[in-house]
Ligand binder design. Structure first.
Ligand SMILES: [Ca+2]
Length: 153
């Protein structure tokens, strides 16, 4: 599978990787910052460039150390401005208590959960296509899990 990572606003480069993995396109809204149809990005200026989800308080299975950039966090792109970090978990299709993979990701004002480039669907490298439960967690909100498995590739 081919993955493109681009950071057009900050540092214009792209990197092509040949890796196996699955992508997750999730939409979520946090009740705290929710205002009408979008969320407030009021805390965006103070968000860290590294994930706040650490192994001290969360079960982290996959590489969780990918940082974003201050440029992405400073980008006031209306509906796509970053609201906060979230933690995505993929769980086993036959036992949803078993976490298969984790990734920190960014939440946009319009609810899109995106990768650390601020735009792309979140990618879990090294996983085979298949059915997974998808969980979205946030440090100040209750986590949510899909009611059924979702086919990811
Ligand atoms: Ca969006």
């Amino acid at each position: 599978m081919i993955t493109f990572w681009t950071y057009p606003e900050c540092s214009p480069y792209s990197l092509e990787l040949l890796t196996e993995g699955v992508e997750v396109a999730v939409k979520a809204f946090l009740q705290g910052p929710l205002a009408s149809s979008n969320m407030s990005d009021a805390i965006r200026p103070i968000l860290p460039t590294i994930s706040p989800y650490t192994s001290a308080t969360y079960t982290l299975i996959s590489d969780n150390s990918l940082p974003t950039t201050t440029c992405i966090l400073e980008d006031d792109d209306s509906d796509n401005a970053i609201v906060d970090w979230v933690l995505l978990e993929l769980r086993d299709a036959t036992d949803n208590t078993q976490i298969v993979a984790t990734r920190s990701a960014l939440l946009q004002r319009d609810g899109d959960v995106v990768d650390v480039d601020g735009k792309s669907a979140v990618r879990f490298d090294g996983l085979s296509a298949g059915n997974y439960y998808v969980v979205v967690r946030h440090r100040n909100h209750l986590g949510v899990m899909t009611a059924f498995t979702i086919w990811l590739e």
